[in-house]
Ligand binder design. Structure first.
Ligand SMILES: [Zn+2]
Length: 140
């Protein structure tokens, strides 16, 4: 049994990103308001790309809208990157499922550990004589 049939195996990773938002809470509708992602200097990011957002931004900072400026608030985003490895065909396969992770190029199936396994469909075609998800040994 191979420990891992994928090359360049990368373990599952969790990273964190801090994003800054300038928040304005509505004074008339509790729970509603506006939130704009800003940079370190409090300048709204990409605000010019969208006219409606730009109008909302101007409405908030000018005092035209009935809102309370909450200032810049920090949000921590959790970024989960699944484990992955390179299939024998050269395609990178992400391992997110416990039993079946198919290569999008050649269709080879891997389990969560990166071991080549028979996928459910192949297992059924083979008559179901072994357990789905069982490690696939081509030499057997
Ligand atoms: Zn492949």
């Amino acid at each position: 049994m191979n420990v891992n049939d994928l090359k360049e195996y990368q373990k599952k990773e969790r990273t964190y990103e801090i994003h800054l938002f300038r928040r304005f809470d509505s004074n008339t509708t509790p729970g509603a308001g506006f939130s704009f992602e800003v940079d370190q200097d409090g300048v709204a990011i990409g605000i010019d790309a969208n006219e409606a957002r730009l109008a909302n931004w101007r409405g908030c900072i000018s005092g035209e809208f009935d809102v309370t400026d909450q200032g810049v608030v920090e949000e921590e985003w959790i970024i989960d990157v699944p484990a992955s490895g390179v299939c024998s065909c050269g395609e990178r396969v992400e391992l997110t499922d416990g039993l079946e992770n198919y290569c999008s190029k050649c269709g080879t199936c891997y389990n969560l550990s990166g071991q080549k396994v028979l996928g459910r469909a192949a297992w059924e075609r083979a008559g179901g004589s072994s357990l789905a998800g069982e490690v696939w040994d081509e030499e057997a």
